[in-house]
Design a protein around this ligand. Structure first.
Ligand SMILES: [Zn+2]
Length: 115
């Protein structure tokens, strides 16, 4: 079952949505209703069971700290660590590459504040 991860800026936490197909416009934070959640590309989520993912998220303080510090390089390191040194999916490679250079790929396509 595909697992999609989002970041809610209001709750400052990661949201995991398990679903067959996903339409970014139709999702909101289950905790606070914020509809401007941002997709997180997380290689490990694709290959693990729900329980493993849940456990990993719970022990994921380094990832959360990296997000709060606005530190793309730390997130890239986290992705590389969780992917066990390889097999980063095609769709994630560019994202991780940008993060490693200190860029924020996930802000592209973010809804503008004026909407
Ligand atoms: Zn929220």
């Amino acid at each position: 079952m595909p697992i999609y991860e989002f970041w809610c800026g209001s709750c400052e936490r990661k949201i995991t949505i398990i679903q067959h197909k996903i339409s970014p416009a139709s999702h909101s934070c289950p905790n606070c209703g914020n509809d401007r959640i941002e997709r997180i590309y997380s290689p490990f989520a694709i290959r693990k069971t729900d329980k493993q993912v849940y456990q990993e998220i719970r022990s994921d303080y380094q990832f959360e700290r990296a997000l709060k510090r606005n530190d793309p390089k730390a997130i890239a390191q986290w992705v590389e660590r969780t992917s066990r040194g390889g097999e980063i999916p095609e769709e994630c490679r560019e994202t991780v590459g940008k993060l490693a250079k200190g860029e924020w790929p996930m802000k592209e396509g973010k809804p503008s504040e004026s909407e």
